[in-house]
Write a protein that binds this ligand. Structure first.
Ligand SMILES: [Fe+2]
Length: 371
């Protein structure tokens, strides 16, 4: 699983290593490209002055902009090697269109009808450049990206789209205190139709592992040990009613081995998914693996400044690492194994690969244990 590969924030060294792995499939969980302007030295890649033409030095808005941006990204030899070595199953997050948009509501105060023209261009270029099939052919600003894949009876993959149908972020987005606006039960991250599709699919599933590749962090993240804590309004924490319906749906469908695969936040996390995150004694009902970015955010660092608070405030957090990299998950009938891989830096090429930590999840017993 991979995510977040901002071209002008580093080299795709992690992809070079990924190309050498023995994998069945790569899940790309969003932010395949970034809409921001790329200057003629490609930012921290620090190419010789004037390497890139000026046409990349503007935010992507038109169909031509988005097509050119995919062309730039796909000129990278390490990304090409990863595509050549493995099939990709892709879903998008926000940056393939615009930072933190929700449905037809853009980041800034652009009228929805104008933003939908941009969304149509972004979705069209995505379909043209990603390994998608006819059912995902866009119709104007609409593209049905959520879909179900099976790996025999070992795994069912329900690939979500948590951007196209979501309610607007509460309290103006960012990290904010929860309140009546974010807790409004009518708010949704998936949209009603996708939520029903997901839960109905679980009812019919006979897979050992029910895997949900998606975008934004599902598990609760607090930034203080003394409530109330602010939460990220862009993630499932900003849509608690939506999260509760999904967890209740999984329970009603008898899902024993829920595994959520996540990107977006540019750090590795391993979480035990609690039935009720507000109660540390609550049952663990799933496992969430969050993969760090390939490059976004630059080199990163293994531990954040607020490490002690972060761990104390989130007892269900089993792992954190803020370096760049990817995670591999190996599913068996009895056991799943997760390896979090990191590279020491992305500002120059050639960093070696490290396995920062490994965990196992026993079938029938969700959550992460050290391997
Ligand atoms: Fe990102």
């Amino acid at each position: 699983m991979v995510s977040c590969q901002r071209y002008d924030q580093g080299y795709y060294t992690a992809y070079r290593h990924l190309a050498d792995e023995d994998l069945d499939v790569v899940f790309h969980l969003g932010d395949y490209l970034y809409e921001y302007a790329v200057n003629n030295v490609a930012g921290t890649r620090a190419y010789p002055a004037g390497t890139l033409p000026d046409l990349f030095n503007r935010e992507t808005v038109t169909l031509e902009d988005y097509r050119l941006r995919y062309a730039l990204y796909k000129s990278d030899p390490d990304l090409l090697a990863a595509h050549a070595a493995h099939p990709f199953v892709v879903t998008w997050d926000d940056h393939e269109t615009e930072n933190n948009y929700s449905g037809d509501i853009p980041e800034n105060s652009v009228p929805p009808e104008e933003f939908l023209l941009r969304r149509a261009a972004a979705y069209r270029a995505y379909w043209e450049n990603m390994p998608l099939r006819r059912p995902q052919l866009p119709d104007g600003p609409d593209l049905k990206l959520h879909r179900r894949l099976h790996w025999g009876r070992l795994a069912q993959f329900d690939v979500l789209d948590t951007r196209q149908y979501r309610s607007d972020q509460a309290y103006g987005d960012g990290w904010q205190y929860p309140g009546p606006e974010s807790e409004d039960p009518s708010r949704t991250l998936t949209g009603d139709a996708q939520e029903r599709w997901l839960i109905n699919g679980w009812h019919r599933s006979d897979a050992v592992w029910n895997v949900v590749p998606q975008q934004v962090t599902f598990s609760q993240r607090y930034d203080t040990t003394t409530p109330p804590s602010k939460v990220s309004m862009d993630s499932w924490d900003g849509y608690p009613a939506s999260r509760e319906r999904v967890l209740a749906g999984a329970q009603a469908a008898g899902v024993d081995n829920l595994m959520i695969l996540t990107g977006d936040v540019h750090v590795h996390y391993g979480f035990d998914v609690k039935r009720d995150f507000s109660d540390p004694g609550s049952r663990t009902v799933g496992t969430e693996i969050v993969t760090s970015s390939i490059t976004s955010g630059g080199n990163g660092s293994a531990k954040p400044a607020n490490w002690n608070t972060l761990t104390a405030a989130n007892p269900h957090m089993r792992f954190y690492n803020g370096l760049r990299g990817y995670a591999t998950v190996s599913l068996g009938r009895e056991l799943a194994r997760t390896d979090f891989k990191t590279v020491s830096h992305v500002t120059t090429q050639g960093a070696p690969l490290t396995t920062a930590a490994s965990f196992v999840t026993e079938a029938g017993e969700p959550g992460l244990k050290p391997a």
